[in-house]
Design a binder for this molecule. Sequence first.
Ligand code: AMP
Length: 487
Amino acid sequence: MCGIVGIRDAGGVSFSLYFALYALQHRGQESAGISTFDGTRFHLHKGKGLVAEIFNSEILNGLEGTVGIGHVRYPVKGANRPENIQPFNFVYRDHIISIANNGNLVNDRELREEYECQGQIFLTTTDTELIAKVITEELSNSGCVEDAVHRCMRLLRGSFSVVMMIDGVLYGFRDPLGIKPMCIGKTGQGVVIASESVAIDALGGTLLRDVNPGELVCIDENGMRTMQIAVAERKAHCIFEYIYFARADAVIDGALVYDVRRTIGAKLSEESPVQADSVCPVPDSGTAYAIGYSQQSKIPFVESLMKNRYMGRTFIMPSQKEREMAVRIKLNPIRDHLKDKSVVLVDDSIVRGTTSRRIIGIIRDAGAKEVHVRVGSPAIRAPCYLGVDVPTREELIATERDEEEVRKRIIASSLHHISLDALVEAIGIPRKDLCMGCLTGCYPVDIPGEESQFSRVDFLTGTYQTKLERYEEKDSVPCEKDSEGWI
Ligand code: AMP
């Protein structure tokens, strides 16, 4: 997880980057940073905490330039240390490179070791620094950014959605399977690359399209060029983005997340109808699902849990005890809505089961006589190696338990998880193009000790010999330019 953004705008970028990161705050709350280029120098500011805590107008005024990148971090790999806060700026020969990434590599150890055997050192424990090394290594050979990205796509195994700036040219690229989201948008006189379309919305811009898996996008003063660097026989969009991670108002790989969740809610009602007085969401992640359930079942949608909006996600609390306490502070029951009532409680997922058990306890304590739990994802049975913070098999409530055993543990009157078929249908993307590792234990990349479904990746040939032709004619997507030369 993590959120990334890159913007080129003749009117300046620091405030736009700030607002875009604000819109992507749900993707990471540990730290954030912005790097800009003013034509001669880079400006960088980053810190721990939320976007609103790290930046103010004085800082943003100091981040001069017409091109920049930004990052919000949710640590999956790499300790919570100041040196791991992105973007990273590197000086390479006469070039200044700024880079930020959302994803998780599974062959990082091997790659790191190879570099270390050559005597190279690392300043951080992040994948992003490793990606920068791969890039500069290839730049030292060919001097060409497309070749460097080509090399990344060949060498890196796992998920990566990268924004990068080299001497004021903005680049974005996405791994050949398109595991993590990345899209392109247009604002008044600028171009935006971002993890989710909500960042483009926040700037009053228009979503143009998703960055294709294996594609490189390059934005400079002439406009935008795109190059397809690698083509895989399948895609592997993260299913958890739709279930939980992305904002409901985001459009990811063509699907509006809110409608996906609402459709899942309706399908939950078809798969597992129940007689009840009300449908109550676990706010906020269960809301769209609950609306779908209510619309389909005709059982009234009644909010019966109020969320304290000034609290962060409970998952982020370091220990189990703190997580359990946090749920109580976070959610307060509306007793009048619950007393002697039979309630359908709808949430997006059950991971460890702590939250569900606590919430059901709160609802029962408030007087509900039955709590029927409906869940917008199938049981989560396996860890994620590709960037979502899903814990080990031992911590997952559903690893060794069937639905009835989970029901007993969370003390629900009944429990139903959406079926995988219904989930895939609601997303509207073919099953083969989704990563469902956390649900099936089968991953789209090779992970030692785990089952994987290998996918062939073709790298466009002739890159080295016919770079100019490939760049200008064959693979670039011509963009319509307006009077100022922008797409
Ligand atoms: P629990 O079952 O106690 O582990 O908590 C599950 C709840 O946490 C779900 O209902 C989601 O709303 C939320 N959640 C699920 N996965 C994550 C994640 N990777 N990071 C943060 N929150 C999550």
